[in-house]
Design a protein around this ligand. Structure first.
Ligand code: SAH
Length: 267
């Protein structure tokens, strides 16, 4: 079992209602239009996808967006477009590439995982990102989530506690042209105070409680997505409002635990 449980459905887990939904989806595709790949794609964005990738790979990614993400309710066109663009297969080890577009989390080495595509899309949409935003990610892992964010906002600051993973992701992101992602090796529990405040914070490893220093680095009206808990977690959205911190529980999830400062990283 991978370290992150798979989320099979956001709205319903009844096979019958899922079957009904899929039937409607198949019969009336035009009533649920998933916008096609944009004609407004820039040269820079185009160059980020692997020009050598096969039509099958591109189709697998499109299917991932349609069947795992759009079908489960993610509708933000910018988020869907980012998921179409980022070549997920280049963020997983070679042995995992055939499974890169599967509906699951995958191991990326050193006991860590790349999140399930739906969870990446769901968390990204819930952050309500705007192009001028600056975002902090805790848990760089493969760099995949950071790459998705980088297409949606101005700057991405990403922290990773396992040095070899962080360095590898940093090199990969640079090589692939995601120039607005900054990677730092360190304990994300304390955040990145020098770059704060952030419009949004996304935590992709689970702390037992919301880290107070991360809350302190959130700008007014800022949003944070964080899986809170020990084994099974609640995906929580926090929002800093004039009245205080708003807290919503959005989805049950299972992420790898956040390694607390001072302890050694897993394996
Ligand atoms: N976002 C990643 C997947 C994250 S897996 C991707 O897109 O691939 C969770 C990551 O969080 C792991 O790489 C783990 O090493 C890292 N992590 C765990 N505790 C951490 C901490 N305290 N600070 C920073 N990173 C941490």
């Amino acid at each position: 079992m991978s370290a992150e449980a798979e989320v099979k459905s956001r709205s319903s887990n009844s096979p019958r209602s899922l079957a009904r939904f899929l039937m409607i989806f198949l019969l009336l595709p035009h009533t649920l239009p998933c916008p096609p790949v944009g004609a407004s794609e820039t040269e820079e964005q185009r160059s980020r996808t692997d020009s050598r990738e096969s039509p099958e790979t591109r189709k697998a990614r499109e299917r991932m967006v349609q069947e795992q993400i759009f079908a489960r309710g993610v509708r933000d066109p910018r988020v869907l477009q980012a998921l179409r663009k980022v070549p997920r297969h280049r963020f997983v080890p070679p042995a995992m590439q055939p499974a890169a577009y599967d509906d699951s989390a995958l191991p990326i080495g050193l006991g860590q995982t790349i999140s399930q595509p739906y969870v990446v899309a769901f968390m990204t949409e819930a952050l309500e990102l705007k192009p001028q935003n600056r975002v902090l990610e805790i848990g760089t892992g493969s760099g995949y989530q950071a790459a998705v964010l980088s297409l949606l906002v101005r700057e991405v600051y990403s922290m990773e506690i396992v040095e070899p993973l962080g360095r590898e992701a940093e090199a990969r992101l640079k090589k692939m042209g995601y120039a607005n992602v900054h990677v730092r090796i360190g304990d994300g529990y304390r955040g990145w105070p020098e770059a704060a405040p952030f419009d949004a914070i996304i935590v992709t490893a689970a702390p037992p409680d919301v880290p107070p220093e991360l809350v302190a680095q959130l700008r007014p009206e800022g949003r944070m997505m964080v899986p809170v808990g020990r084994y099974l977690q609640d995906l929580v959205r926090l929002r800093r409002t004039p009245k205080g911190l708003e807290r919503e529980s959005l989805l049950p999830v299972r992420f790898v635990p956040m390694v607390p400062g001072g302890e050694t990283a897993p394996r």
